[in-house]
Design a protein around this ligand. Sequence first.
Ligand code: SF4
Length: 247
Amino acid sequence: MIHDLIRYQFDNKSALKRETVLLVSLGCSWGKCAFCDYQDDKSSSVLKCDAVNKKVLESVRGKEIGSTVLDITCSASYTELPFTTMNYIRQTCKDKGIETVILEGHYLFRESNKYYTEFFEQYGIKVIYRCGIETFDEHLREDILRKGLPGATPEDISKYFSWINLMYGMEGQTFDQLKKDFEIALAHFDRINLSIYTSIPSGPARDNDQIKAFYNSDFYHDLITSSRVDIFDEWDETNDHTVGHDN
Ligand code: SF4
């Protein structure tokens, strides 16, 4: 079902100023992550995906607003967008002066990255690949979160992706583990997105005390001043972390 969501944002607070679109995919074929409810935003109809995606991409303004980076997100991996949508993305980049496109995908599809690099290169567009890791704690990531990349080391992942997503704030996670995750992430990847966990009915609980302690810590203040880190928190009332809320 295609949900009514905010599908375009311009993030000019990040050190990497960029327009972000949330497109509709054909569905996540992994579909097992314990914290994920957004995979419902999908359609099995290429025509329906394309109709929404084309309209969303019309919002991209590129050079007109001084932006040359377009971040593509969807309710699955970028490889699960219809290929027709991928053509619209590339054409939009060309028309709007976008020089860099960000594609986010599951580690399962890592071998596809090189083909998309070539596809965008034909139009002189650079691609940056982002992968959801959530944590380097293997037990938490695989046994509890069911993320689906067992045994993948930071070195393995960094061969394919230069940007990763981490997550913090669910019951069972510790502040020490978050620090360890950042130590590893900053040593192996160019950029890190940190999502503050939003609970879903059948998923792990949100640990509000841990989140509050994090926001009050020196570590948080170091992270928000880093040009390599963006923090997202959908439950952040004042929306300091620039996340689009559902319509
Ligand atoms: S891979 Fe992404 S979209 Fe698929 S279930 Fe996991 S978090 Fe959700």
